[in-house]
Ligand binder design. Structure first.
Ligand SMILES: *[C@@H]1O[C@H](CO)[C@@H](O)[C@H](O)[C@H]1NC(C)=O
Ligand SMILES: *[C@@H]1O[C@H](CO)[C@@H](O)[C@H](O)[C@H]1NC(C)=O
Ligand SMILES: *[C@@H]1O[C@H](CO)[C@@H](O)[C@H](O)[C@H]1NC(C)=O
Ligand SMILES: *[C@@H]1O[C@H](CO)[C@@H](O)[C@H](O)[C@H]1NC(C)=O
Ligand SMILES: *[C@@H]1O[C@H](CO)[C@@H](O)[C@H](O)[C@H]1NC(C)=O
Ligand SMILES: *[C@@H]1O[C@H](CO)[C@@H](O)[C@H](O)[C@H]1NC(C)=O
Ligand SMILES: *[C@@H]1O[C@H](CO)[C@@H](O)[C@H](O)[C@H]1NC(C)=O
Ligand SMILES: *[C@@H]1O[C@H](CO)[C@@H](O)[C@H](O)[C@H]1NC(C)=O
Ligand SMILES: *[C@@H]1O[C@H](CO)[C@@H](O)[C@H](O)[C@H]1NC(C)=O
Length: 532
């Protein structure tokens, strides 16, 4: 509908690292802050990067700061950044054209850490606030579908702007090359537009709607954001719009639409087949590319069912009203926890015409949201002076577990060699594991279920009698209260000082002579993230 896309040039930079699981955690991130105009608001933008550490003794380094910051598991810190891609400085000394001082940057902020962290970036200028989930360099992709441009006043080149401000241009794509080498990026689907982006730099391109879907294709991993520096919100005000564009998918995925703000959903969809802005009547849309919810003051990247996770960190943004929105299959409403507390039952809303339900809760501090037995998704929304912003909460795990938010899963292993109880302890230790201590009923049930169908009939477990008193104890020193002895077990001291567990039926225990041979059941507990 409008002329060929205009090119603005901005540059940025980045770096890549390793760590490949299905989460948003990583050790290397490139962060950009889009131009945030809010021309009516006479102060600079405040940019913050919110970092949450998942492990103890994590050192975090930001490129523009000289020192590193130490964080422990579950601790969050915000870093102030004064680096924007576009900065408009109001110069009152010139009455006729007050917006003369405009600088464009291509610089990025580089965050590295010694252990996995999760990151959110928030840009605010007066009421103009937006946030983005920042995904680690290793999880980026080389193909992205460009969202269709919502045609609203002042946001397209054809629209009539409220104020004659040159910088208030159309929607733009921000492409970040996180690391070496230089990236060759091509905007395809219409006229091909080649762009070369240096390592660690960003480029910006104005986009508009044409008759075909456009996509970004690069010769290496890049990050892509969709942004507008000052889209009209209310009469005579405008605010930043900003969202991460999700990587192109190989398969069509289903995106349930959470009922944010109780308003009807307007969705920016684009994939190989087409790109369109729809007012969806269904609360689920399908796409093999991008699906972004749009309201006049908000862009929210949607998460497909296929990428649901079991644990999320929701970072409390100070000075704002923070809420989290949970979307889960209707059969899996039970088992969700916020921190240590089970989610109360009330307030589930059906997403009509789908198998999914949604609820929201306000939070007053950074927290972890996890499911005991299923995957779900969590969005983090916040409100500042009546302006809502939000993004998907970072996924920490896709490994539902009754013990909490799992960072590293448990290991359960039956060794091949049958041997004595004492030798079993050592054999487990050689695998960096322990002969299992089954001190809670939940762990007993879980382990029994896990091992059902195994060809071993009986395995050594980590309990024996004290030689002096004859009392049973666990090798890990936990209390010996929840027991699962088989019928008429244990016998008296003469029948055995150690115990095996049967892998049949209810996995009952029997006392046994420690010198007899059985296969050891070795175990390492999962590592659980707690935020207090
Ligand atoms: C971190 O250290 C604390 C205190 O020493 C400990 O309780 C906690 O389990 C540790 N967390 C992790 C994830 O290692
Ligand atoms: C403001 O504008 C005047 C006139 O154009 C210029 O001389 C002055 O340097 C500008 N001030 C700043 C802070 O850029
Ligand atoms: C919040 O909005 C009110 C009215 O729109 C305005 O007067 C006030 O300055 C705003 N506060 C901030 C922090 O933007
Ligand atoms: C601003 O508006 C005036 C009058 O409509 C026009 O002459 C001028 O070219 C406009 N400036 C820009 C940068 O578009
Ligand atoms: C699509 O738009 C281009 C110009 O942007 C034009 O050359 C082409 O004919 C159009 N194709 C269709 C199918 O309308
Ligand atoms: C899509 O398929 C390509 C080629 O098989 C593969 O390299 C890429 O990782 C896949 N992407 C996703 C998101 O699965
Ligand atoms: C939270 O849920 C309530 C009740 O369902 C709804 O009225 C409200 O709009 C929701 N808040 C947000 C931010 O979506
Ligand atoms: C969606 O609805 C909004 C508000 O009713 C309207 O302004 C917009 O044009 C609609 N978009 C489409 C693609 O129909
Ligand atoms: C949760 O999602 C992960 C990743 O897609 C998958 O491997 C796992 O099986 C899912 N778990 C459940 C209980 O659905």
């Amino acid at each position: 509908m409008s002329p060929a896309p205009r090119l603005v040039v901005l540059l940025l930079a980045a770096r890549i690292a390793a760590s490949q699981t299905f989460t948003d955690a990583g050790k290397d991130f490139r962060v950009i802050f889009p131009e945030n105009i809010a021309y009516y608001y006479p102060s600079d933008a405040h940019n913050k990067i919110w970092v949450t550490a998942l492990h103890n003794d994590t050192s975090v380094t930001m490129s523009s700061a000289s020192s590193e910051t130490k964080l422990n598991a579950g601790h969050t810190k915000s870093f102030d950044v004064t680096q924007e891609l576009g900065r408009l400085t109001i110069n009152d000394s010139n009455d006729f054209d007050p917006f003369t001082v405009f600088s464009i940057s291509d610089k990025t902020v580089h965050i590295t850490s010694t252990k996995d962290i999760v990151i959110q970036a928030v840009s605010s200028r007066g009421r103009s606030v937006q946030s983005a989930l920042v995904i680690p360099t290793t999880k980026l992709s080389n193909k992205y579908f460009i969202p269709p441009v919502p045609e609203t006043e002042g946001t397209t080149s054809g629209g009539a702007p409220v104020v004659n401000v040159t910088e208030r241009a159309p929607f733009r794509l921000i492409i970040v090359n996180p690391d070496e080498p230089k990236a060759s990026v091509t905007i395809k689907g219409r006229d091909e537009i080649p762009i070369s982006i240096e390592s660690g730099k960003a480029a910006q391109i104005w986009v508009d709607n044409g008759n075909t879907t456009q996509y970004v294709e690069a010769n290496k991993r890049v990050a892509v954001y969709f942004s507008h520096p000052c889209a009209v919100q209310h009469q005579c005000t405008c605010g930043l719009l900003h969202a991460m564009v999700p990587p192109a998918k190989n398969d069509t995925m289903k995106f349930p639409i959470p009922p944010v703000l109780g308003k009807p959903a307007s969705i920016l969809l684009s994939d190989e087949a087409n790109g369109r802005w729809i007012n969806s009547s269904s609360l689920i849309v399908e796409s093999a590319g991008t699906a972004i919810v749009y309201w006049p003051s908000l862009l929210l990247t949607l998460v497909p069912v296929e990428e649901f996770g079991s644990c999320f960190v929701v970072q409390f943004i100070e000075g704002k009203e923070n809420i989290l929105i949970i979307v889960v299959h209707k059969d899996h409403k039970q088992g969700i926890h916020i921190g240590n507390d089970p989610l109360g039952g009330a307030g589930w809303q059906e997403l009509e015409g789908t198998d999914y339900v949604s609820t929201n809760r306000s939070i007053s501090s950074t927290t972890v949201v996890w499911h005991m037995s299923a995957n779900m998704t969590v969005y983090h929304m916040a409100q500042h002076n009546n302006t809502w912003f939000g993004n998907p909460a970072p996924v920490v795990s896709a490994n539902p577990d009754f013990r909490g938010c799992i960072l590293t899963p448990e290991v359960t292993m039956i060794l091949h060699e049958a041997e004595s109880w004492q030798e079993s302890i050592q054999s487990c230790q050689k695998q960096s594991l322990n002969l299992i201590s089954l001190s809670s009923e939940a762990l007993q049930k879980h382990t029994c279920q896990n091992l059902r169908g195994n060809d071993a009939k009986q395995v050594w477990i980590g309990t024996r009698r004290r030689s002096l008193t004859g009392d049973w104890y666990w090798l890990n020193s936990n209390g010996f209260n929840d027991t699962n002895w088989a019928r008429s077990e244990p016998g008296d001291v003469s029948e055995g000082q150690c115990a095996v567990m049967s892998l049949e039926g209810d996995c009952g225990w029997k006392d046994r002579n420690c010198c007899e041979a059985a296969r050891p059941l070795c175990y390492a507990a999962p590592q659980v993230l707690q935020i207090n």
